[in-house]
Design a protein around this ligand. Structure first.
Ligand SMILES: [Zn+2]
Length: 155
């Protein structure tokens, strides 16, 4: 496969992996089975799923899980994110929460970064959001730290 974010094979695989990840989500009453997948510059796709903790602090959203999975496996740049809500209750594709949008902007340098979203009621249609549309003014660390850079030598 080409290292090209417009390669339709990669985009289709990204969508399929988000759907697959949604089948692994843990669902408790009131939660939604959401799966996410990120496409990294290395042409690899990393999945994450919703994982409800016993408290709100220990709950992990699918988008955040996919980002951490990518970083944990050595990805150095994220190109796109796909999310899928595996539920009949949503009538519109989901939008990542504010916390996940911030986490995404922490690792994405491209303001045109796109998020593809779908759910059972809208599938096979996917809505494409720009990260800059969803979070036009993200919070920035005062030292402008890029979380994908290697800071192991920093003291
Ligand atoms: Zn979230």
């Amino acid at each position: 496969m080409r290292n090209d974010i417009y390669c339709s094979d990669l985009l289709e695989e990204l969508k399929e992996q988000a759907i697959k990840a949604s089948t692994f989500a843990r669902v408790i009453p009131g939660s939604i089975a959401i799966g996410a997948a990120v496409l990294a510059k290395n042409n690899k796709i990393y999945k994450g799923c919703y994982y409800p903790g016993s408290t709100g602090y220990t709950t992990v959203h699918a988008e955040h899980a996919a980002l951490i999975n990518a970083v944990s496996n050595g990805a150095t740049e994220i190109l796109r994110l796909a999310i899928f809500a595996n539920t009949e209750t949503l009538k519109e594709p989901p939008i990542p929460c504010g916390s996940c949008l911030q986490a995404i902007t922490d690792v994405v340098t491209n303001g045109n970064f796109e998020i593809l979203s779908s759910c059972i009621s809208s599938y096979p249609h996917w809505i494409v959001y720009s990260i800059s549309d969803l979070l036009p003014i993200p919070w920035r660390h005062p030292n402008k730290i890029n979380l994908f850079e290697d800071h192991s030598e920093t003291k």
